[in-house]
Ligand binder design. Structure first.
Ligand code: SF4
Ligand code: SF4
Length: 336
């Protein structure tokens, strides 16, 4: 797999953006693919999660593959399709064909331009475009609606994706406004971003959640498309800023990064840089159907780890790190 530059080589991205040009403006626009309200994970209290499109990594187990490309894209959910044929007539690129034998329609992804015309006539939501352009002002109006819940529960806003820092001006402008309103701010990041941008955005954060997918640079590149060197360097540097709460998250992907040696190395690294919390994210299969909906294959053949194995991995980390927990409410189920 070919490695990518930290910023930004995907269609739809601003390749010339420099950290000094990160404007703080409510007119900034970004591309998001979801806003989840009343979330109880990815930070304390009740939260609004904002999901941004675009990621410089291509983790093969990604449960949000619709987040990876920076531009809006078509998803087709075959199970909702009634085979009515309305979408065929609407496509200006003639990209949709009936497959009578398989009782479904097929989209030529080479000619489809993700224009969304076919989604307008699909009455069953079998075709949807994932990715909306939105201004900072619009997303702030949404965020502010739940201010009371944030205050009563110690919650706030979490920007996730995708890689939020691929849209730095948009994210910075949102977070600065949250700071002004005393709304708790968190971000989930791969940390695969140039340091000046990472540092500038981090200034606006109460909580920084960073993934470490593998400690071996070559294995990291094999499964995510990029080396881990920049990521580890950014973690080392940000650890020197004590004012931000930091959590390292490890996706546990059986057969890829869940061997004792890798987990031990990760825990030792995190301990050495002085970060005190690790969260484990056990692999699940909930995102697999989305690959098909995007017309893509699913390249790994993993299965969710069992509770016994997860307990053993937690024990390894426990001897290095003060706080080790599982994502969301998995703790109780796994540790019973
Ligand atoms: S998104 Fe546009 S180009 Fe693509 S299949 Fe639908 S109508 Fe055709
Ligand atoms: S319009 Fe929707 S339901 Fe009808 S064939 Fe197209 S995808 Fe299927």
């Amino acid at each position: 797999m070919v490695g990518k530059e930290p910023i930004f080589l995907k269609k739809g991205q601003n390749t010339s953006l420099k950290e000094s040009k990160i404007q703080n403006s409510e007119k900034e626009t970004g591309i998001i693919f979801n806003v989840e309200k009343f979330a109880y994970q990815d930070g304390p209290g009740i939260r609004t999660l904002v999901f941004l499109k675009g990621c410089p990594l291509n983790c093969l187990w990604c449960s949000n593959p619709e987040s990876q490309n920076a531009y809006p894209e078509l998803m087709y959910f075959e199970n909702k399709c009634t085979f009515c044929g309305r979408c065929l007539e609407e496509c200006p690129k003639d990209a949709i064909k009936m497959n009578v034998e398989k009782e479904r329609v097929e989209t030529n992804r080479e000619t489809c331009e993700n224009c969304g015309a076919c989604t307008e006539v699909c009455l069953n939501d079998a075709r949807v475009i994932k990715g909306d352009k939105i201004t900072v002002k619009e997303i702030m109006n949404e965020i502010k609606k739940d201010d009371l819940f944030y205050r009563n529960t110690g919650g706030g806003v979490t920007i996730t994706g995708g890689e939020p820092m691929m849209q730095p001006a948009f994210v910075y402008s949102i977070l600065k406004r949250c700071n002004d309103l005393s709304i708790h701010t968190a971000i989930e990041t791969s940390a695969y971003v140039r340091w000046p941008i990472f540092s500038k955005i981090s200034e606006t954060l109460d909580l920084l959640m960073i993934d470490i997918k593998h400690m071996d640079p070559e294995e990291h590149e094999k499964y995510t498309g990029v080396s881990n060197e920049l990521i580890l360097e950014n973690i080392r540097k940000i650890s020197e800023k004590p004012s931000i709460e930091k959590v390292i998250r490890i996706p546990i992907i059986p057969g890829i990064n869940d061997d004792r040696e890798n987990i031990k190395k990760t825990a030792k690294f995190v301990s050495e840089v002085g970060i005190e919390t690790i969260e484990l994210l056990p692999y699940h299969e909930l995102g697999i159907s989305k690959y098909k909906a995007l017309g893509r294959g699913y390249e790994i053949n993993s299965t969710p780890p069992d509770a016994e194995h997860l307990k053993k991995l937690k024990e390894i980390i426990d001897s290095h790190i003060p706080v080790v927990r599982f994502e969301g409410n998995l703790d109780k189920r796994i540790m019973q």
